[in-house]
Design a protein around this ligand. Structure first.
Ligand SMILES: Nc1ncnc2c1ncn2[C@@H]1O[C@H](COP(=O)(O)OP(=O)(O)OP(=O)(O)O)[C@@H](O)[C@H]1O
Ligand SMILES: CCCC(=O)O
Length: 370
């Protein structure tokens, strides 16, 4: 029988759900997606204000399943909009908690991951970690230049799933991740296209703050002259413009839904507008892949398509038809973030890796959430 060394709780807060899992070593023994009522989530002024609500929901779900949390070895959360850091597993420390709480680089549901992990772990006197947060920054210097000296290009992307899927595909190909040149395309509520070279993501579109293809909820790159005019039209507050770009852009703006399955149904029923917009999203993803391939001088081992949209066979075909000349495409629908979080924590518990220290300090101290 497989020996259980460690039991790990993993927490992945998303904009509309909190995904949790219990892993005995690498093996998932319980996974649950707790969907939050839109009204309940929108009743909070900020992401951080959802902390108590989400924590109680998690503890209730575990209690309902009869899971005794006193047996846990550690808690791992998805990391949020922190300072730029390299990939890996980080211990939750005081500077990290402060940055997550203050939204150092902005608001994102994943900001709650480290805080929830720390708060639950602290009560049990066990360690808490985050793994490959959305700010993982391994970009080449050349990729940081934007064209306006005051504005540097930033690395904000689906680092956790991109890295996990890239490693999984490398294993399937019997190669080391570090030896491959990959383009990994995560297509979820946001879409990010990462160039993976020598085990680093050397370039990627900033999926959150307006770069790359439009997506179910993000505007992506928009015509900048028109954006400036919109900002100074006097018609919108800054927050309203930001919402148009993040949250209410892309499919939501054009078609009133962030659900690609609904769009596919509408297309089947003859909705020409839905067809044009869906085609345009695939077209923009393909263009971004083409652009990413130039970073690798066209020497791409594999293009990987992943995330929820990769379940859509027609959508995937619209993309692969345009990019198959670059390299083979491997489709890995969905995401494996809970597993990736558990494995990141496990590598540290097994002492295969040392937990990295988030810049600014080593101490783990309590930070008031009031
Ligand atoms: N079987 C399917 N066919 C087509 N589209 C699908 C399918 N399943 C999910 N999707 C679409 O995938 C998108 C959501 O993907 P995913 O669940 O990866 O996003 P998320 O986790 O909410 O956000 P993100 O990945 O950006 O953090 C939605 O538009 C959803 O409709
Ligand atoms: C994960 C960062 C990108 C996004 O949320 O769209």
């Amino acid at each position: 029988m497989h020996q259980i060394e460690f039991r790990i709780l993993v927490i992945n807060p998303g904009s509309t759900s909190t995904k949790i899992g219990i892993f005995d070593n690498e093996r998932p023994v319980f996974e649950k997606t707790i969907r939050h009522d839109t009204e309940a989530i929108h009743s909070f002024d900020s992401v951080i204000d959802q902390y108590t609500f989400r924590k109680e929901t998690i503890l209730e779900a575990l209690d309902y399943e009869g899971i005794n949390i006193s047996k846990l070895s550690c808690v791992v959360g998805r990391g949020g909009l922190l300072r730029p850091i390299e990939g890996g597993t980080y211990s939750v420390n005081e500077p990290m908690l402060k940055d997550l709480k203050n939204g150092y680089a902005g608001e994102h549901a994943s900001n709650l991951g480290g805080i929830l992990a720390f708060e639950i772990a602290e009560g049990l006197n066990i360690p808490s970690f985050i793994v490959d947060p959305v700010v993982v920054d391994e970009m080449d210097e050349i990729a940081r230049i934007s064209g306006v000296p005051e504005m540097e290009r930033k690395s904000i992307f689906h680092a956790l799933n991109q890295k996990a899927v890239a490693r999984r595909v490398a294993k399937q190909l019997n190669k080391s991740y570090e030896a491959l040149r990959l383009i990994v395309v995560h297509m979820g509520g946001g879409i990010t296209v990462g160039v993976h070279k020598d085990g680093r993501v050397v370039d990627v579109n900033n999926g959150l703050h307006g770069e790359g293809p439009f997506s179910p909820e993000r505007a992506g790159t928009v015509p900048i002259g028109d954006l400036v005019s919109l900002c100074f039209s006097g018609e919108f507050y800054a927050e309203e413009v930001m919402k148009k770009l993040v949250g209410q852009g892309g499919l939501v703006a054009y078609l009133g839904t962030n659900d690609a399955r609904t769009v596919e149904e509408r297309i089947e029923n003859g909705d020409k507008k839905a067809e044009l917009i869906y085609d345009a999203m695939a077209y923009q993803v393909a263009k971004e892949i083409g652009s990413a391939s130039t970073v690798l001088y066209g020497q791409v081992d594999v293009i990987i398509l992943t995330g929820g949209l990769a379940f859509g066979k027609e959508f995937v075909k619209k993309i692969t038809d345009r990019v198959e000349w670059i390299s083979d495409c491997i489709i890995q629908p969905g995401e494996n973030e809970l597993q990736a979080l558990a494995e990141g924590g496990l590598r540290v518990l097994r002492e295969e890796e040392t937990a990295k220290v988030y810049p600014g300090g080593k101490t783990i101290a309590r930070v008031s959430l009031d």
